[in-house]
Write a protein that binds this ligand. Structure first.
Ligand SMILES: C[S@@+](CC[C@H](N)C(=O)[O-])C[C@H]1O[C@@H](n2cnc3c(N)ncnc32)[C@H](O)[C@@H]1O
Length: 174
């Protein structure tokens, strides 16, 4: 993750005064640390990943960064299995950095999870320039284009594509 993307995540979490954030794709915890820094001191990050080893690594990284263990809830599993179990309108921000093929479905779930005024964020919207490349592209890129179209046309969302890192697509839910 680029420093610009990390700073944008902190900013967004602070802007919505985030008490509850859902993250899809825990990875090694880099984005989680940025989100935790921007959230309220009593905020809880719920983070989902199918790889237990990744979550174990992130747990250690959060501890090393000085966050108490009760600031993060680790849920092992695939996003589309786990997200339906999370509370409607219970989240201030949803950060999506899991399987690119599933991004359109993450948007649908995020709209249910977010409170009005909450923000959904997608990492990697540029796909290293392939999103706007007119040559043949893999399904992953076609799914990203589908996501961008849906977000742009939604009456429920106020979007902006931030040119940080590999493109950070953000949208506020009205
Ligand atoms: C790019 S990495 C995330 C990096 C992380 N945000 C960070 O900053 O360290 C993508 C992660 O998504 C996870 N992932 C893959 N498929 C997923 C799915 N269906 N649901 C949730 N997470 C998934 C992978 O295991 C991997 O850890």
């Amino acid at each position: 993750m680029s420093p610009g993307t990390g700073a944008a995540l902190r900013l967004l979490a602070a802007t919505v005064d985030a008490k509850a954030v859902a993250e899809i794709g825990t990875g090694c915890g880099v984005s989680g640390i940025h989100l935790l820094h921007g959230m309220r001191p009593d905020g809880v990050l719920t983070t989902v990943d199918p790889e237990p080893e990744h979550q174990q690594f992130a747990r250690q990284a959060f501890r090393a960064a000085g966050f108490a263990s009760n600031r993060a809830r680790f849920i092992p599993g695939r996003a589309l299995d786990v997200l339906p179990r999370l509370a409607d309108a219970g989240y201030d921000l949803v950060y999506c950095d899991g399987d690119r093929l599933e991004y359109p479905e993450y948007l649908a779930e995020s709209l249910r999870l977010l409170r009005p005024g909450g923000v959904v964020v997608f990492e990697g919207a540029f796909a290293n320039g392939r999103t706007v490349d007119s040559g043949p592209q893999p399904t992953e890129v076609l799914r990203l284009r589908e996501l961008l179209r849906t977000v742009r046309e939604s009456q429920e969302l106020v979007p902006s594509l931030l040119p940080v890192g590999d493109g950070l697509l953000c949208a506020v839910k009205r």
